[in-house]
Design a binder for this molecule. Structure first.
Ligand SMILES: *[C@@H]1O[C@H](CO)[C@@H](O)[C@H](O)[C@H]1NC(C)=O
Length: 203
């Protein structure tokens, strides 16, 4: 009778441990804005929901800014300097804008677009990237692709690595220095050979 009484708390403990070990992805929503640079303020561009750490994302809404009014400059043959759009999000805490500047022509329907959310180790977005490219068929989908980019550790130098000395006083991992004779035996041999040959010539 004592064993079944023990089994219930044990199985409860086990299931709670199991639940803790499987980390459930947290879902975040980010509002991205577009800010055409001549304009006074930004307008909503996209609402993106993403999960971390599973890094999948979906677009809840997409409102591209109206394409720029064509005003070709004869000297440049292209879009004017002011046809730029800031894309990103505004951090209400730091009051900073995080994002990129792109050409307003990126919102032309002939382009395919991609929004990149760069997330830190806690899944919080710290940077927004944007790319647009001409598709083969020439009719890009209206909604952009979304990718969630996690932070990666860069290469690090090994500093202050302790020097390990083995029992016989040698530094472990170090290549044993060759002795002078091991290094320059060939020079010594050559020197002796020259002496022998020259000495033989005198006779
Ligand atoms: C990501 O995938 C998980 C598991 O398939 C799902 O529960 C979650 O809703 C997805 N997140 C988004 C933003 O689509």
């Amino acid at each position: 009778m004592r064993l079944p009484a023990l089994l219930l708390p044990l199985s409860l403990l086990f299931t709670s441990l199991l639940a803790q070990s499987i980390s459930t992805p947290t879902t975040h929503t980010l509002q991205i804005s577009a800010w055409p640079l001549p304009a006074a303020s930004s307008t909503p561009l996209a609402r993106i929901t993403y999960s971390y750490p599973s890094l999948n994302a979906s677009i809840d809404s997409w409102t591209p800014p109206s394409p720029p009014t064509a005003k070709p400059k004869p000297d440049r043959g292209g879009a004017g300097d002011t046809d730029l759009v800031r894309i990103g999000f505004h951090d209400p805490v730091t009051q900073h804008w995080h994002g990129v500047v792109t050409s307003a022509a990126s919102f032309d329907p002939q382009f395919q677009r991609r929004v990149s959310l760069h997330v830190d180790g806690k899944g919080v977005v710290f940077h927004v990237g944007f790319a647009a490219w001409r598709t083969a068929g020439g009719n890009g989908k209206q909604e952009p692709e979304v990718e969630v980019v996690p932070m990666r550790r860069g290469p690090e130098p090994v500093l202050n690595k302790p020097v390990v000395v083995s029992e016989d006083g040698k530094v472990e991992g170090a290549v044993a220095e060759k002795t002078f004779l091991q290094k320059y035996w060939w020079a010594l041999a050559l020197f002796i050979l020259v002496q022998v040959v020259m000495g033989g010539g005198d006779k």
